[in-house]
Design a protein around this ligand. Structure first.
Ligand code: 4GX
Length: 246
């Protein structure tokens, strides 16, 4: 999977994308990341990328020409199924389902905007899809672009080992993860649930699934409304709720 990011802050991406799971995937060439600075596509001595809004008002708007040149240059480097994406609060809200949809493209071009936004004509002419990472306002699209890259990369077959795919499955099912513990087995007088020390892997898997259902029911009941629990899951959840009342 290849990401091309249009950004005034390429350094931010070099930094963030060198770390952790995404960094390793780039090192292994499972994903490729390239940045394109609209400033490099300007003609004037000041390398101007923003201008005052028509109609007046505070703030600046990103100029159309440097952005369009940057997008077109990025798009044409390789001939692969590509989506050009603009990160903005007006976009479709990103969730794991959206992440999996985006992961199906072999290449994404991400436009990370600054200032008050981009010229609307660029949106109409060159943007395929608009996505938001949540209902709040940031000072730029760079962090949303990094969020998207991280979340999409994690779903790719070779990025996480098989070990982690079970964890992934729990999210794919629309549930929260189960609780985690590590040593020491007693901390401040609080013990790790004994089942986790039992060595009985079937019992452990059952406990984790029950916790996953129970935590989702407690913390994010809205997620449960979106999915249909099977009979086994429903009885595990009933058991979780029953145990709370004991
Ligand atoms: N999820 N931002 C985009 C520029 C902007 C301003 C106004 C359109 C209209 C954001 C988010 C986000 C900050 C990125 C403003 N674009 N992006 N930027 N939330 O807040 O994706």
């Amino acid at each position: 999977m290849r990401f091309d990011v249009i950004t005034l802050f390429p350094d931010l991406f070099e930094q963030a994308a060198s770390m952790g799971v995404v960094g390793k995937a780039i090192a292994a060439d499972t994903i490729q990341l390239k940045t394109w600075n609209p400033r490099d596509f300007t003609q004037d001595v000041h390398r101007t990328v923003d201008d005052r809004p028509f109609g007046g008002g505070p703030g600046m708007v990103m100029k159309i020409e440097p952005l369009q040149k940057a997008i077109k240059s990025a798009v044409k480097v390789i001939d692969k199924p590509t989506k050009v994406i603009y990160l903005s609060p007006q976009g479709r809200k990103l969730d794991q389902q959206g992440v999996e949809y985006l992961a199906k493209f072999s290449r994404l071009v991400l436009l990370a905007g600054r200032y008050e936004g981009i010229d609307e004509r660029l949106l109409e002419a060159d943007i395929d899809e608009e996505w938001s990472i949540g209902d709040f306002v940031l000072s730029g699209g760079e962090l949303p672009a990094l969020v998207l890259i991280d979340a999409v990369s994690r779903t790719l077959p070779d990025v996480l080992g098989h070990k982690c795919s079970a964890v992934e499955d729990s999210f794919a099912e629309g549930l929260l993860d189960h609780p985690h513990y590590t040593r020491p087995d007693v901390f401040d007088g609080i013990s790790v649930p004994s089942v986790l020390l039992s060595g009985d892997h079937k019992k452990i898997a059952r406990w984790r699934e029950k916790q996953s259902l129970g935590k989702t029911w407690q913390k994010r009941p809205d997620l449960l409304e979106k999915i249909e629990l099977n009979e086994h899951q429903q009885s595990l959840l009933d058991e979780f709720i029953q145990e709370l009342n004991n």
